[in-house]
Ligand binder design. Structure first.
Ligand code: NDP
Ligand code: AKG
Length: 448
């Protein structure tokens, strides 16, 4: 069973604070969130009934800049989970050296069971309830689980039909380009609703469709960052992506981009799973073919050139590198003893409990922590925010090159912390992030 997310995150923070010798009053102050918002969102459903959902935004810390973090739509969203995720964002933005603090939001709902218009109403009501507490220079939301490319199967099929229809009419194909950004719709609705109160404000959310000021490369950024992080870690051990086997849990925004980029670099992805099921192929799954299958509306488990496997086996499947890209707490004291991977790249947020960490360390498994491994998303969100403020758009090559520089620099700084404090990569990353936030807090005049 997984530990409570907030207890797990706070335990890692406290260990880092002790390693740094942080003043105990500052330690306590850094742990307590700046502001916790809980709102009731009641919307009319398509069948005429009313439904109520609970929305959260936890603003954890703003010592280093505006608070930053995604909005999650998932049935398991609860206050402790959002609190933990907000705290992780504070350390993550500091590790990445982007000038932000940390926040996270979420609504307890099942986005796959809501229609497009119900999702729109929910997003707009949530934005109405929090609009005066977010802003370009205070708190900048972004996508997370359930708020990226969440479109219904019917909508995907509609896009496919339009695609086939427009294919014969090339003059109209630009209309299709205008349709695809609908897949980053949640942030577009948030931007539109916020702008009704405050005027057009593109930098109030990131992860937007390109037509509304989104950045080229943001959609792939978290997965691309995962790939850069994996390359950097494997190189430390004289290995490379091309000679390694991978297992990936989650095939949404992060998992599918990580899979495509790892596959492009010659990595062999031998098993993959999402909420509907898991598949494996010893010879390596053909990721471009799987992407086509999925984009045509196919479920993972129906992919023709792989065999279906038990999802409970996915995380303990034999491989070189395990990449969890879905929920938190999936690696815990129950399954950690059976993990066979040599490396774990935490593309998801807090996939590994501290109890599992201890077990994995004893087994010699190297864990690359979330606050570094998945920071590519917030790094490119920062680039998007900068472009919006400058009113100037970067090309994709510049975005990707800058992302690689930020990821590489953060890795070097984490390694330096590990060396000077004689600690593992998680504590290297935590001490780096916590120290930067503590320094900023003290410089601003914090007194006990
Ligand atoms: N999006 C971003 O930029 C960032 C995301 N992250 C983190 O990465 C993780 C994934 O986020 P993201 O890709 O954006 O989310 P998405 O909603 O795009 O995808 C989530 C994926 O996880 C799968 N999933 C959900 N529950 C389970 C389960 N119980 N077992 C197996 N698979 C499951 C989903 O399956 P299905 O599609 O079938 O529902 C889907 O494939 C989260 O932890 C998030 O916080 C971190 C940094 C940035
Ligand atoms: O892009 C962002 O601002 C935040 C992404 C996020 O929520 C995360 O890194 O967990």
């Amino acid at each position: 069973m997984a530990m409570n997310a907030l207890a797990a995150t706070s335990r890692n923070f406290r260990r880092a604070a002790r390693l740094l010798g942080l003043d105990s009053k500052l330690e306590k102050s850094l742990l307590i969130p700046f502001r916790e918002i809980k709102v009731e969102c009641t919307i009319p459903m398509d069948d005429g009934t009313l439904a109520s959902f609970v929305g959260f935004r936890v603003q954890h810390d703003n010592a280093r800049g505006p608070m930053k973090g995604g909005i999650r739509y998932h049935p398991e969203v609860d206050p402790d989970e959002v609190n933990a995720l907000a705290q992780l964002m504070t350390w993550k933005t500091a590790v990445a050296a982007v000038p932000y603090g940390g926040a996270k939001g979420g609504i307890g709902c099942s986005p796959g069971e809501l229609s497009r218009s119900e999702l729109e109403r929910l997003t707009r009501v949530f934005t109405q309830k929090i609009h005066d507490l977010i802003g370009t220079h205070t708190d900048v939301p972004a996508p997370d689980m359930g708020t990226n490319a969440q479109v219904s199967l019917a909508f995907l099929l509609l896009l496919f039909v339009i695609h086939c229809h427009l294919f014969v009419c090339s003059a109209a194909s630009f209309i299709l380009d205008a349709f695809y950004p609908i897949m980053t719709q949640t942030m577009a609705w948030m931007l539109d609703e916020y702008s009704k109160f405050h005027g057009h404000s593109p930098a109030v959310v990131t992860g937007k469709p390109i037509d509304l000021g989104g950045s080229l490369g943001r959609d792939a950024a978290t997965g691309r960052g995962v790939m850069y992080a994996t390359e950097a870690l494997l190189a430390e051990y004289g290995k490379s992506i091309s000679g390694s086997t991978f297992v990936i849990q989650g095939f949404g925004n992060v998992g599918s981009w990580a899979a495509q980029l790892i596959h492009e670099r010659g990595g062999k992805i031998i098993a993959l799973g999402d909420v509907t099921g898991s598949i494996r192929n010893k010879a390596g799954i053909d990721i471009p073919a799987l992407m086509k299958h999925r984009n045509d509306g196919g479920a993972l488990k129906d992919f023709h050139s792989a065999e279906v496997m038990d999802s409970a086996e996915l995380l303990v499947h034999d491989c070189d590198v395990l990449v969890p890209c879905a929920l938190g707490g999936v690696l815990n004291k129950d399954n950690a003893p059976d993990v066979k991977a040599k490396f774990i790249i935490e593309a998801a947020n807090h996939p590994t409990d501290p109890e599992a960490d201890e077990i994995l360390a004893k087994k010699g498994v190297i864990v690359l922590p979330d606050i570094y491994a998945n920071s590519g998303g917030v790094i490119v969100s920062y680039f998007e925010w900068v472009q919006n403020i400058q009113g100037f758009m970067w090309d994709e090559e510049k975005v990707n090159n800058e992302l690689e520089k930020y990821m590489s620099s953060a890795f070097q700084h984490i390694k330096a912390m590990c060396k000077s404090l004689d600690c593992d990569l998680r504590m290297g990353a935590f001490t780096l992030g916590v120290n930067r936030v503590a320094r900023a807090t003290l410089l601003r005049g914090w007194e006990a």
